[in-house]
Write a protein that binds this ligand. Structure first.
Ligand code: NAP
Length: 213
């Protein structure tokens, strides 16, 4: 499958290599392809870089991995029409670092990042996923203490199943569907919990497991 990634940061780069490992082709979109010169060496011939628009056109599935404040701008540069009918994995977290760290969350019930993206891209099947863990764990979930759970949300059942199948390919053995895209609010507040823990204990390899019994 062809995967278009909006975002040249650590998330875009890690997911890019992860999808290539699963046998897919990846194009990362950015305003400055020079940022991806090192990544391209790791990615090999299945990994390319281009503009946001080129990556969005390329992707049969698209990942949004942009700084929240740049996300709408990146979508505009990519061309909204290029998302239509496609699964869009939203990894963003609407964080506000204006008062320093830890950041504040700019998410509210009914106005979460995931819902905002779904409203911006009504023709796309938005799945909120991978936002509650470190970029370095997204495609390598096995920890010394076990495999955490991945929490996802979105309106389209088959899109969520597809995202879960990619996650399972990376070793996530439990993907927890929290419901429709309005549950993005829960996933974004959960991400803030993860971030606050990280700043308090200076630990960034933590992840969550839901114990049911
Ligand atoms: N880092 C993590 O471990 C982690 C974990 C979970 C979720 N997240 C979330 O995932 C997203 C990506 O995080 P990240 O750490 O990989 O990178 P980031 O630094 O948050 O974002 C980098 C990307 O945002 C784009 N961008 C920034 N301002 C822009 C603007 N004004 N217009 C268009 N594009 C703009 C950059 O474009 P250019 O390439 O053109 O510079 C770049 O591609 C964030 O929303 C973050 O909260 C991160």
């Amino acid at each position: 499958m062809k995967i278009g990634i909006m975002g040249s940061g650590v998330v875009g780069q890690q997911l890019g290599v992860g999808f290539i490992r699963l046998g897919h082709e990846v194009k990362i979109g950015t305003r400055d392809t020079a940022k991806l010169n090192e990544w391209k060496k790791d990615a090999g011939e299945k990994g390319t870089a281009g503009t946001f628009s080129e990556a969005a056109k390329f992707g049969e599935l698209i990942i949004l991995a942009t700084l929240w404040t740049g996300t709408e701008g990146a979508i505009t540069l990519a061309g909204k029409e290029n998302f239509s009918g496609k699964i869009v994995i939203d990894v963003t977290n609407p964080l506000d670092f204006s008062k320093g760290a830890p950041p504040k969350l700019k998410s509210a019930p009914g106005e979460s990042g995931g819902e905002t993206i779904q409203k911006l891209l009504p023709g796309a099947k938005v799945v909120k996923a991978f936002n509650t863990i470190s970029a370095y764990i997204m495609c390598n979930p096995k920890r010394e203490e076990g495999v955490p759970d991945l929490f996802i949300a979105g309106n389209d059942e088959s899109a969520k199943m597809k995202v879960a199948s990619f996650a399972e390919g990376w070793g996530w053995n439990s993907v927890v569907d929290m419901g429709d895209i309005s549950k993005s609010y829960l996933l974004e507040t959960f991400a803030l919990f993860w971030i606050e823990y990280g700043f308090k204990y200076n630990n960034w390899t933590h992840a969550f497991k839901l114990l049911k019994k």
